[in-house]
Design a protein around this ligand. Sequence first.
Ligand code: PAF
Length: 285
Amino acid sequence: MQTANTLDMLRNALAELRRGGGSVGLVPTMGALHEGHLTLVREAKAQCDHVVASIFVNPTQFGPNEDLDAYPRQLAEDSAMLEAEGVALLWAPTVDAMYPQGFVTNISVSGVSEGFCGASRPGHFDGVATVVCKLFNQVMPDKAFFGEKDFQQLAVIRAMARDLDLTRPHVRDIIGVPTVREADGLAMSSRNRYLSSDDRAAAATLPEAMKRAIAHIEAGGDVAEALAALEAALIDGGFSSVDYAALADAQSLTPLGELAGQPARLLVAARIGGTRLIDNMAVSE
Ligand code: PAF
């Protein structure tokens, strides 16, 4: 596996990779890799001839009081994991390589980015859209792979790529990969490592309470009642607050008061022991 830290290194390595032909899959990450990321890499390997992974803790997607400084950084360990998975090229730029002196551009996606995490984390999705647009331009992959765990992020990236004409021929497909979960159902996340062992045990309340809410809604129960019971279960289970718990249209992310024949998603963000966890699950009629 080659590693590039500057744009010149990246361009040379990509030219070399492409010389032999074959498709390129991109797996963008912020590092602190876990099974969820490795599942993205495996999916990229299954669908593409060469896999490029990026590791960049993107400062522009963190708010002023968020965990940018504390965010786990373990490049050597991550790099060994990617190499073992058969990744051809690791793009690990410095902050200066990604945002050189004088960088003044911001990509802001309206609509899908506005509610939920967009409301709780102002500016977050601008940072995501801007860095992912840059990654697409830098690597020009045939396909790019993102986890459905960040469901709203995936919707924002799809909207950005569609609106900025990045989907064809530039990045042909954006592939959403289902969330990977721990044995007790907790969605894998780099932030789970912030949890104390008590909070980690209590965090399993989140997927359990979501499944109960979905069963209630799918059985024709009242959506508002199901969401109120979900929030109460989280607080009873040790969460300190719930940022949002909502049923939304799976495409537009418009909040829904009831199921209306279209694919829907239950979306939740809640805090436990100072850590903010997010999760989402499909809801069918
Ligand atoms: O999901 C992430 O890890 C990040 O938001 C991403 C897509 C790599 C952009 O920094």
